[in-house]
Design a protein around this ligand. Sequence first.
Ligand SMILES: Nc1ncnc2c1ncn2[C@@H]1O[C@H](COP(=O)(O)OP(=O)(O)OP(=O)(O)O)[C@@H](O)[C@H]1O
Ligand SMILES: [Mg+2]
Length: 299
Amino acid sequence: MFCDNNNYNINLPFNLIHQGKVRNIYDLVDNYLIVASDRISAFDYVLPTLILNKGKVLHQLSMFWFNMTKSIIENHIVTGDFNTFPQNLKKYSYLCGRSMIVKKATRINIECIVRGYISGSGWSEYCKTGKICNIALDKNLKESSKLQYPIFTPSTKEETGQHDKNISFADMINILGQEVAYKLKNTSIELYNKISQYTLSKGLILADTKFEYGVYNNNIILIDEIFTPDSSRFWEIDKYQEGKSQDSLDKQYVRNYLEYIKWNKEPPIPKLPDSIVKQTIMKYIDVYEKLTGCKFNYV
Ligand SMILES: Nc1ncnc2c1ncn2[C@@H]1O[C@H](COP(=O)(O)OP(=O)(O)OP(=O)(O)O)[C@@H](O)[C@H]1O
Ligand SMILES: [Mg+2]
């Protein structure tokens, strides 16, 4: 019997090959099934409270972007539309609106990050060295400054629990060879340019974003999730201020609450009150509707 009490262990009769903080990946033999749960993480911990429908928002946003970018590069989507799922999956109605069937690619173990603004680990590295991934930057940048042009700052993908390591583009060439390294860099920058221009027109800055690629049928394709709040930093144009860190667009209520109750950021991990859950899902839906120009469909 299919059960989903807590979104942690969704009881599907397929091999669960990976459980991330938010998504579960199942092996369907010919394809993978990626299911976006309603889990939420903050300060590197998955919280014990679910944000009802959040997985659907993330899934539908990813699908919107994969569709918008498919003229730039092939992606891993076979289908994200539950109505077209094979019969043996259709009885699991939980999957509807939050799952995609994808091509099984051989992952390229480099995170392809593009930054148009300086923030997060990029800002920390710049403060220490004046560079990010060996790219020398202007001397007078402040936290969250816009960069002269978007930069490509790859990192190695480390095992769960370990922090990814920033590497130079020269290192990336050593690992992947010139041809693949340039293809990933140029594609990533093209994707960033296209979508950051688009989000600006919707009132949001795309500060930085991360892509993953894989090899499928001897082609390089885009995999994983793209331009979601979990893989990107979005900032509201109206609230943007150079010289400080910016509010997280999607998780701000959660982080503020956890700071307010003075959680020491170690287990036990606190539950969220209903009011925070409601504000958070409304924020996710608000971001979705702003970006896509469509009403969110609960399906
Ligand atoms: N089409 C695909 N083919 C092969 N691997 C894929 C494909 N799409 C995504 N992946 C891999 O599936 C995994 C998805 O994991 P997920 O993002 O949920 O968790 P994570 O990256 O381990 O941690 P986090 O929750 O912090 O993101 C990633 O390792 C990603 O590289
Ligand atoms: Mg991930």
